[in-house]
Write a protein that binds this ligand. Structure first.
Ligand code: UDX
Ligand code: UDX
Ligand code: ADP
Length: 484
């Protein structure tokens, strides 16, 4: 029956579900796409001029499709029951309590989505795992659905999303690959084909890979673990570079020329952040431990330990350079998002750096072009892993509130400051008027570049004492060694 319009429903209108469905709607005018969420405010925002997430190019795509074949709704039940293909892209935070706390993925939202599907479905469905989940989640979902099936047939597919924030639309329009895992049964293969047909509207056939369910689920965790491992590897090298006088950018460039290593993702930084890397590695570690593989678990644990070490090392550099105390000193923080071109602050290294400096009683003035003061205050006052559990929010102590000031202008943030920490690589930080900034700062004036974006020579000419990750040290810093 070729005349019937295929209907897609996506449960979860977040960073993954929203942009992914917008691009499917853009590229497949013959498919009706409904994105549903239990959060009324999120759906309202998706239907307004002020989208709930900032992503270059997203607004244009949404404006083109919204109301045509792309709909945002809180009517979860209606759209699930009408859909042929249901994407599940709800959040899967790290568990904060109970078995596996701090490591295992919390599948509460997933389970409730699956039970909802079982409740309201009246026709056969293809259910697609979009959010990253532990290996074998598909099996659990299959069980929930088949035990409540009322004669309906369900096919479960794993179709992990590899988009990176800040480049989501480009990544979706031109993906390196689309991965679809399914059962090796005729029904499973038919479901894979149906999903393939959706992507084939714009993705070349040879980039659509199909595997079994478990390979697809594990590939997502593995890809994020490998990427994070590259950053921890280069960050580990950056510490050695500072100790020896080598320059980490030169080392990255040199090793990246080896085609077996490749040039991408080798930028030393204050540490990686984002909602995926740490969460997925913790999850991988948990799976290894549950499967009796402690050596493998310990190998991946080290990636997170080096990342924590790098953030600490940065704070120690700042404090050590400024005569071993930042107490009462104003420090400007430029950039709070976990990377440029996003307003997302989940697991951003800025949280740990700010907390570290506040721990030494610094007074912070923070500027980020995409992050609001409320969001920054919330992140700094939260405990680790609390971001997805706002119920447990703890009120910030009155002293911390006083010590954190969020402003909308980099020149105001840096006025009368003793030092500047650059924590996000926003392009605009490359072209600031650093002479003007220097003139209005306390002396000696410090710049701590956690993203290696400033022109060190130029800044030193102006008079700044400059620290850049993994670069030969300023004589000043050599005299003020940091104990990591
Ligand atoms: C990541 C994966 O790239 C993506 O494929 C997956 O779907 C989700 O997780 P994302 O977290 O959005 O995407 O951003 P990414 O560009 O991977 O950056 C993650 C963190 O690593 C950021 O904090 C970034 O600043 C840092 N990073 C990245 C570095 O410190 N150095 C680099 O060379 C690259
Ligand atoms: C290596 C480096 O490749 C080379 O650049 C350097 O100059 C010297 O060290 P070599 O030891 O000769 O060269 O061989 P290589 O091809 O790198 O293999 C090293 C080991 O890794 C071998 O035992 C190989 O079997 C193993 N290997 C390689 C794997 O197990 N899996 C792989 O995917 C690749
Ligand atoms: P991601 O980065 O993986 O996209 P987000 O947290 O941005 O994660 O988005 C997940 C979305 O899923 C949230 O907007 C949340 O309200 C929604 N959600 C969670 N559980 C359900 C559910 N059972 N039904 C509908 N939406 C849900």
């Amino acid at each position: 029956n070729t005349t019937k319009m295929v209907k897609i429903c996506c449960i979860g209108a977040g960073y993954v579900g929203g942009p992914t469905m917008a691009v499917i709607a853009l590229k497949c005018p013959s498919i009706e796409v409904a994105v549903v969420d239990i959060s009324i405010s999120r759906i309202t925002a998706w239907n307004s001029d002020q989208l709930p997430i900032y992503e270059p190019g997203l607004e244009e795509v949404v404006k083109q499709c919204r109301g045509r074949n792309l709909f945002f709704s809180t009517n979860v039940e209606k759209h699930i029951s009408e859909a042929d293909i249901i994407f599940v892209s709800v959040n899967t935070p790290t568990k904060t309590r109970g078995l596996g706390a701090g490591k295992a993925a919390d599948l509460t939202y997933w389970e409730s989505a699956a039970r909802m599907i079982a409740d309201v479905s009246k026709s056969n469905k293809i259910v697609v795992e979009k959010s990253t989940v532990p290996v074998k989640t598909a099996e659990a979902i299959e069980k929930i659905l088949s035990h409540n099936s009322k004669g309906i047939s369900y096919q479960i597919l794993s179709n992990p999303e590899f988009l990176a924030e800040g480049t989501a639309i480009q990544d979706l329009l031109n993906p390196d690959r689309v991965l679809i895992g399914g059962r090796e049964t005729p029904g499973g293969q038919k479901a894979i084909k149906a999903l393939k047909d959706v992507y084939a509207h714009w993705v070349p056939e040879d980039r659509i890979i199909s595997t079994n369910l478990w390979s697809a689920e594990l590939s997502k965790l593995a890809a994020n673990a490998f990427l994070a491992q590259r950053i921890s590897s280069v960050n580990a090298m950056s510490a050695l570079c500072e100790a020896t006088g080598a320059d980490v950018s030169e080392v990255s460039h040199a090793i990246g020329k080896d085609s077996r290593i490749g040039p991408k993702f080798l930028n030393a930084s204050v540490g990686f952040g984002g909602s995926c890397f740490q969460k997925d590695i913790l999850n991988l570690i948990y799976i290894c431990e549950c499967n009796g593989l402690p050596e493998v678990a310990n190998y991946w644990k080290q990636v997170i330990k080096v990342n924590d070490y790098q953030k600490n090392r940065f704070v120690n550099r700042v404090v050590a350079s400024m005569f071993n105390t930042v107490s009462g000193k104003k420090i400007a923080i430029l950039g709070f998002a976990f990377k440029k071109d996003t307003g997302d602050t989940r697991e951003t290294p800025a949280i740990d750096v700010c907390k570290g400096l506040l721990g030494d009683k610094a007074s912070l003035s923070i500027y980020d072009p995409q992050v609001t003061g409320d969001q920054i205050q919330r992140e700094i006052s939260m405990n680790k892993f609390d971001w997805d559990h706002p119920v447990h929010l703890q009120p910030m102590s009155p002293t911390s509130v006083k010590q954190v000031n969020v402003v909308w202008d980099p020149y105001e943030a840096t006025r009368d400051a003793h030092g500047i920490c650059i924590l996000t690589e926003w392009d605009e930080f490359k072209t600031l008027d650093y002479q003007r900034i220097f003139n209005n700062m306390q002396k000696p004036a410090f710049v701590f570049d956690g993203r290696n974006i400033v022109n060190i020579e130029k800044l030193r000419e102006i008079g700044f004492i400059v620290y850049s990750i993994g670069k030969p040290l300023d004589p000043w810093l050599k005299d003020m060694p940091a104990i990591a």
